[in-house]
Design a protein around this ligand. Structure first.
Ligand SMILES: Cc1cc2nc3c(=O)[nH]c(=O)nc-3n(C[C@H](O)[C@H](O)[C@H](O)COP(=O)(O)O)c2cc1C
Length: 224
C-alpha cells in the first residue's frame, strides 16, 4: 500500500482544564444513563439516525485502518422474524437443552433472561455486526486484516455510545452459535457474525435489572 499523504491535525480541539473536567464529568453522567434494555417498543426510528451512528462507529481506530466491520441493518419484518426463529432455536438449546454449563446459567440468573427473544421482532432495527476475518481484492485474492476482534469490539462500543447519545436504547445480543446469520442476511464466508445490536425505544413499562458498576479502585490501577 502506498504511503498516505500527511495533513496537519486540524480537527483537534483543546479544552481549558476546567472545561475538560466538566466535559469528562458530564460524559460520565451521560454514560451512566445507558442501560441494556430487553423490553422494546415497536416505534419506528429514522434510518438517517442509524446511518449517522454507523458513520460514528466507522471512525473507530482499527488495525492498519482495514476497517474490518460490516453492519447489516435489518428493518424488514420477515427477516427479523426469521432471525428470531433461528436465534430461539439456539437459545432453547442453550437454556433448556443442557448446552450451557450450570456456572454460566448461574451467572445469567440475576438478569432474568431466557430462551424467548420477542425483541428481535419488536424492535425497529437489528444491526447485525460482522467481523471481516480477511479482505477480498477485486481479483478474488485474499488480503490480511489485523486485530479484527479488537477493532470490531471498539467500533461496536462506539456504535452503542452513539445510539445512546442519540436517545435510543440497545441490547447486545449474542445467540451462540451465530453462523445462521450469514445465510439469513446474505453475507460471505470471510465475514463472521460478531453480535446483534437490537436498537429502538424502550417500552413504556420497560424494566432493567438493578445492577451496579465497579468503583474506580476496582477497575483501575494508577502508577504515577
Ligand atoms: C458481548 C456481549 C454479549 C451479550 N449478550 C447478551 C445476550 O445474548 N442477551 C442479553 O440479554 N444480554 C446480553 N448482553 C448484555 C449484558 O447482559 C449487559 O450488558 C450486562 O448485564 C450489563 O448491563 P448494562 O448493559 O445495562 O450495564 C451482552 C453484552 C455483551 C457486551
Amino acid at each position: 500500500m502506498p504511503r498516505a499523504d500527511f495533513i496537519p491535525l486540524e480537527t483537534f480541539q483543546e479544552l481549558p482544564e476546567e472545561d475538560m473536567k466538566r466535559a469528562a464529568r458530564e460524559f460520565l453522567e451521560t454514560m451512566r444513563r445507558r442501560r441494556t434494555v430487553r423490553d422494546f417498543s415497536p416505534r419506528p426510528v429514522p434510518r438517517e439516525v442509524i446511518e449517522d451512528c454507523l458513520l460514528a462507529a466507522g471512525t473507530a481506530p482499527n488495525g492498519a485502518n482495514r476497517q474490518p466491520w460490516r453492519f447489516v441493518v435489518v428493518g424488514d419484518p420477515e427477516i427479523k422474524a426469521q432471525i428470531r426463529k433461528e436465534a430461539e432455536v439456539e437459545e432453547v438449546a442453550f437454556y433448556k437443552g443442557g448446552k450451557a454449563p450450570q456456572e454460566w446459567l448461574d451467572a445469567l440468573e440475576h438478569l432474568g433472561t431466557d430462551e424467548h427473544k420477542p425483541f428481535l421482532e419488536r424492535a425497529p432495527w437489528l444491526i447485525v455486526v460482522f467481523a471481516e476475518s480477511y479482505g477480498r481484492q477485486e481479483d478474488g485474492s485474499k488480503t490480511k486484516n489485523y486485530y479484527v476482534t479488537e477493532s470490531v469490539g471498539i467500533a461496536t462500543g462506539m456504535l452503542i455510545t452513539a445510539l445512546h447519545h442519540a436517545g435510543l436504547v440497545t441490547l447486545t445480543h449474542t445467540p451462540s452459535p451465530m453462523k445462521f446469520l450469514n445465510d439469513l442476511v446474505g453475507r460471505p464466508e470471510n465475514e463472521r457474525p460478531f453480535l446483534i445490536l437490537v436498537v429502538g425505544y424502550p417500552d413504556d413499562d420497560a424494566m432493567v435489572p438493578d445492577i451496579t458498576k465497579k468503583p474506580i479502585e476496582e477497575i483501575s490501577v494508577f502508577i504515577e
